[in-house]
Unconditional design. Structure first.
Length: 307
């Protein structure tokens, strides 16, 4: 589990004064673990699996973890020394936000016990909930927490879920791949990963400039998937250079095809395939072995272009 960025949060606090139509649910099909591609020869980076937005859908969360071979039939960690990166948006639109958070918290502990790792990033919907924006919360999710006030306490700074979420980064790197919920612009990338994470957590607490939580911040940015390639790819290249990475993996921008988006010759992968029932239950995961990326689908793995 990542440690809180305490010293940097205090730095930002010192610099910034505190200022006073849903689709029908799809019926899931049984999912068996996908055949795993062979490890890249000489690779020292652990097998890394990334999954996108889950939006309070526990059933599909377990399905995608099973597809990637990370949990067994009882839902316990079976990924060994591998790394799971979940790119945020556990909450909203679905009814099982609390249960989804509970599962990932437990898997963090189980993975660490056998040399694995589970990294959960902060998504814009977690930040919205922590800051009181409840536009996309469902009645079922409120009931799952035990009511409006119980949910508010659970997601507050002293609540179990809230305290855990306030330790989540907005950007992380595994090997030569950097992960974010939305994307890291060249300007934000110049600050470095630790400073960005500290800034975001301080901003959520109202102790730093909210710019990092805006449209150009790492939780909201969509440019790499929405802008034309002549604009997106040079900007991505500059950001990756600052982040000392060769690939960026993002969620947030739903791929209505249900497939992982590949842009800029594989330097950008968009993994929000719409896993939750709200978005069509398109179960998919990304696997990276060394520098070799594969899309994992119920129909089988597909090799992706590598930068």
């Amino acid at each position: 589990m990542l440690q809180p960025y305490t010293s940097l949060v205090l730095l930002f606090a010192a610099l910034w004064p505190v200022s006073g139509c849903r689709s029908p649910e799809a019926q899931p099909a049984p999912v068996e673990p996908a055949p795993q591609p062979a490890p890249e020869p000489g690779s020292s980076t652990p097998r890394t699996v990334a999954i996108g937005d889950l939006h309070g859908d526990l059933e599909r969360t377990i399905m995608v973890l099973r597809l990637a071979g990370l949990v067994d039939e009882q839902g316990h960690w079976s990924g060994g020394s591998g790394v799971l990166v979940q790119t945020g948006d556990l909450l909203d639109r679905g009814d099982q936000g609390s249960e989804t958070i509970d599962l990932l918290q437990r898997l963090q502990v189980e993975a660490e016990a056998v040399g694995g790792r589970v990294e959960v990033l902060l998504g814009n919907h977690e930040a919205m909930n922590m800051m009181g924006d409840l536009r996309y919360v469902t009645a079922g999710d409120i009931a799952g927490y035990g009511g409006v006030e119980a949910r508010k306490l659970a997601l507050g700074p002293a609540g179990d879920d809230g305290a855990w979420l306030r330790q989540r980064p907005v950007v992380t790197r595994v090997g030569r791949t950097v992960f974010a919920h939305g994307g890291v612009t060249p300007e934000m990338a110049e600050l470095g990963i630790d400073a960005l994470n500290a800034w975001a957590l301080a901003a959520v607490a109202g102790q730093a400039s909210p710019e990092v939580l805006g449209d150009a911040g790492p939780m909201w940015y969509r440019g790499y998937l929405q802008f034309g390639l002549t604009d997106a790819c040079p900007a991505l290249e500059r950001a990756l250079l600052s982040l000392k990475a060769s690939r960026m993996v993002v969620g947030h921008t739903t791929q209505r095809s249900g497939e992982i988006a590949v842009r800029c010759n594989g330097a950008l992968l968009g993994i929000d395939t719409g896993i939750s029932a709200h978005y069509g239950a398109h179960v998919a995961a990304l696997e990276i072995r060394g520098d070799d990326a594969w899309a994992l689908y119920p129909s089988g793995p597909e090799d992706l272009v590598d930068p």
